[in-house]
Design a protein around this ligand. Structure first.
Ligand SMILES: Cc1cc2nc3c(=O)[nH]c(=O)nc-3n(C[C@H](O)[C@H](O)[C@H](O)COP(=O)(O)OP(=O)(O)OC[C@H]3O[C@@H](n4cnc5c(N)ncnc54)[C@H](O)[C@@H]3O)c2cc1C
Length: 160
């Protein structure tokens, strides 16, 4: 990790997959980060999503690729069906040849598991990331002097 470039925290509204990935990327570049989430806990729910090879490359760059590989479900074929008549349209092999060609697998994963992989990386980062939960951002003020997030209780988080 680089040394702190700037002690003023970068403000991130939302602690979902995007917010945590941004936090990890910024802290690895030496920035301090404050993640402001509307939920009481930093977590995730929802259904499964697909992860293409570039997602593994991105998570490797964030230092959480191993966390992701441990949680992902590896498939050998992706099959697409017509939504109207349910006929098979195409099957794409996702086997060893695919993984070799693209350098990473094509997998499926529960949304909470990709979030968990990122959160483990955030929790292993002892410095530079602060969380503010139960804080819904309702307004953003931005000027040449900085940015201020205003939450539903009237609280203000500023990056002057
Ligand atoms: C049906 C569906 C299927 C998808 N399938 C795939 C797929 O197969 N593969 C893939 O790579 N991507 C998929 N995506 C896209 C992927 O889910 C999104 O790109 C990803 O979740 C975006 O992450 P995010 O953190 O920006 O947003 P979110 O995951 O929506 O997280 C936003 C976070 O911000 C918090 N928040 C929201 N508003 C506020 C506020 N005002 N103040 C404070 N906190 C706030 C929320 O509580 C939440 O924690 C799919 C999306 C959908 C809807």
């Amino acid at each position: 990790m680089k040394t702190a470039l700037d002690s003023r925290p970068v403000l991130i509204a939302g602690g979902g997959i995007g917010g945590l990935a941004a936090a990890l990327a910024l802290v690895r570049e030496g920035y301090n980060v404050k993640v402001i989430g509307q939920s009481a806990h930093i977590g995730e729910f929802g259904a499964g999503i697909q992860l293409s090879p570039n997602a593994f490359a991105a998570c490797d760059a964030l230092g959480v690729g191993a966390n992701l590989r441990a949680r992902a479900v590896y498939t050998d074929e992706m099959v697409m069906f017509d939504a109207i008549d349910a006929k098979r349209v195409i099957g794409i092999a996702l086997d060893a040849r695919f993984r070799e060609r693209f350098g990473n697998p094509y997998t499926v994963i529960h949304r909470a598991d990709i979030h968990g992989a990122l959160l483990e990386g955030v929790q292993a980062t002892t410095e530079g990331i602060e969380f503010l939960t139960s804080t819904k951002v309702v307004h953003i003020e931005q000027s040449d002097d900085g940015v201020t997030l205003i939450d539903a209780q009237g609280g203000r988080q500023a990056r002057p």
